[in-house]
Design a binder for this molecule. Structure first.
Ligand SMILES: [Zn+2]
Length: 252
């Protein structure tokens, strides 16, 4: 029985971008930076107002056929030498367009509570995704999904290493991880900026990610020591920017 639970957990943990833990960390960091007014407004929209719990919903719904049309919302692909504004936007929608849409829906007093809940859960998720370097990767390798690597001897791909493998290796709960970030980073140093700048900043990081790993590499602790500071700071920055975004919408 225990084995089945462990295997199920293992398989599940592979399926979710930034992994469930990464998204929950971002949600939990954000929650610690919300104003009281923003918390009250969020509780009017979500029956469970925990941003950590809301953060994973957009990935959990992905296998549902009704949600196929939102699959392009989780990322944007562009060549490494082009900034977001210099590259033609995807007609199917991308992560920057989706974040803007979610914000507009939440500000609109004529939008129903159900529709607001949908866009709030998506917004919480996407502000996490846009800070994961390989959600802003190249189209030709599907953001690193086609770069096959070994992680401590096990087959995986570079996208997954960044979504979940590095984070899961530490086997910390999302609350333990959030406590660590809150002690080590200073939210007053995080600049808000716009989603166009967020994506360009993330793209700068992905250039190094591509330079430092290639198809067939065996990765492990050396890779973590070189890259985990980026994972931690991106999760923290995403959380603070999410809180600032929500405070602006609900308490602006
Ligand atoms: Zn996602």
């Amino acid at each position: 029985m225990k084995k089945i639970i462990i295997i199920t957990f293992f398989i599940t943990s592979l399926l979710f971008p930034w992994g469930k833990t990464g998204h929950r960390i971002t949600g939990e960091v954000a929650e610690a930076h919300l104003t009281e007014k923003a918390k009250i407004e969020i509780a009017k929209i979500l029956s469970d107002p925990s941003l950590a719990n809301a953060s994973t919903w957009a990935d959990e719904m992905r296998p549902n056929p009704d949600f196929q049309k939102y699959s392009t919302w989780h990322y944007a692909n562009m060549p490494l030498d082009k900034r977001y504004s210099e590259h033609p936007q995807s007609k199917k929608g991308d992560i920057v367009q989706a974040i803007k849409l979610c914000k507009a829906k939440l500000r609109n007093p004529n939008v129903s509570k159900n529709e607001k809940a949908f866009h709030l859960r998506f917004l919480v998720h996407l502000v996490g995704d846009i800070h994961q370097p390989l959600h802003v990767g190249r189209g030709e390798d599907r953001g690193g999904n086609e770069i096959k690597v070994k992680w401590f001897g096990k087959d995986t791909n570079l996208h997954r290493v960044w979504d979940s493998e590095m984070i899961n290796t530490y086997m910390m709960s999302y609350t333990e991880f959030t406590d660590l970030l809150m002690r080590n980073f200073n939210s007053s140093l995080v600049e808000m900026k716009s989603e166009e700048i967020w994506i360009d900043e993330t793209q700068k990081l992905v250039i190094d990610v591509y330079a430092n790993a290639k198809n067939g590499d065996s990765l492990g602790y050396d890779y973590i020591y070189e890259n985990f500071d980026i994972v931690k700071s991106q999760l923290f920055i995403a959380g603070v920017r999410l809180a600032q975004t929500l405070n602006d919408i609900f308490d602006g």
